[in-house]
Design a protein. Structure first.
Ligand code: ADP
Length: 254
């Protein structure tokens, strides 16, 4: 009998020999030095390292928010270097959802308004899928908070709205930069569980940058950065244990 070999899956995020050098006055700072990585569709990967190790710079490179001095980034088979500015912006809007430490919600809009405007800016032709928004709100436990402005929400709620905003366009990739950096332990844990659950249930690929090894342990794979390089890789110790059985209620903090 002839065996059918499975197709080797191709990475959704590929970085080859990435280097970023900043010119700081007469000094040059090499923030990222020769980093290569490959992330498969659906993975949840954390990049962890101390302050100044180059995590944010790597995040900006992988998200196409800054250009590499050397090396290349390939997102879903497309090399950023082959795109002009507007093509790069389009790829970002269509394929990547961003989550930042400081939430970056527009203060004059309600939570719902923030999610709607993100969808409008993404340039999609289909109207916003309200059933999907309902699903996301439930997944992220923000159903009762959608009419509130950011100032009326706790930090944990603001970050969960920011995750809904990132997910509303159904991106293939979520890039989260220190998503729990401004949260207390209880809210951090709720946000991490929700990132993990959305990764599992919606199937997007998640890459999270953090300085906190405890937060990183939720990922299926952890890459450790030091002095601009990835120096080690291991499996997240909490990856298989933190989610309740599918369908069970996921309690949110405040
Ligand atoms: P992390 O996110 O791990 O704290 P960063 O990527 O922010 O690390 O920074 C890595 C190094 O690059 C640090 O030495 C930092 O001072 C330097 N750096 C970051 N951004 C700039 C910039 N715009 N200009 C000059 N140096 C920078």
């Amino acid at each position: 009998m002839e065996l059918v070999q499975p197709e080797p899956s191709s990475p959704i995020i590929l970085a080859e020999n990435l280097t970023k050098v900043y010119a700081a006055g007469r000094l040059q700072v090499t923030a990222v030095h020769g980093v290569s990585l490959s992330i498969e569709p659906g993975e949840f990967v954390a990049i962890v390292g101390p302050s100044g190790s180059g995590k944010s710079t790597l995040f900006y490179l992988l998200g196409g928010l800054t250009q590499a001095t050397e090396g290349r980034v390939v997102i879903d088979g497309v090399d950023f270097a082959t795109l002009n500015d507007s093509q790069r912006t389009r790829l970002r809007k269509h394929r990547i959802g961003f989550v930042f430490q400081k939430f970056n919600l527009l203060p004059t809009l309600s939570a719902m308004g923030n999610i709607e405007i993100a969808y409008a800016i993404s340039g999609r032709k289909d109207p916003l899928d309200l059933a999907y928004l309902d699903h996301l709100s439930e997944l992220l436990s923000i159903q009762g908070r959608l009419q509130h402005r950011p100032s009326e929400l706790s930090g944990g709620e603001q970050q969960r709205v920011a995750i809904a905003r990132a997910l509303i366009t159904r991106p293939a990739i979520v890039l989260a930069d220190e998503p729990t950096g401004n949260l207390d332990t209880k809210n951090s844990d709720a946000v991490l569980r929700m990132l993990l659950r959305s990764n599992r249930e919606l199937g997007q690929t998640t890459l999270m940058i953090t300085h906190n090894p405890e937060a990183a342990s939720i990922a299926s794979r952890i890459l450790f950065m030091r002095d601009g390089e990835i120096v080690r890789e291991e499996k997240g110790s909490r990856a298989d244990t933190v989610l309740p059985a599918s369908g069970a209620a996921l309690s949110a903090a405040t």
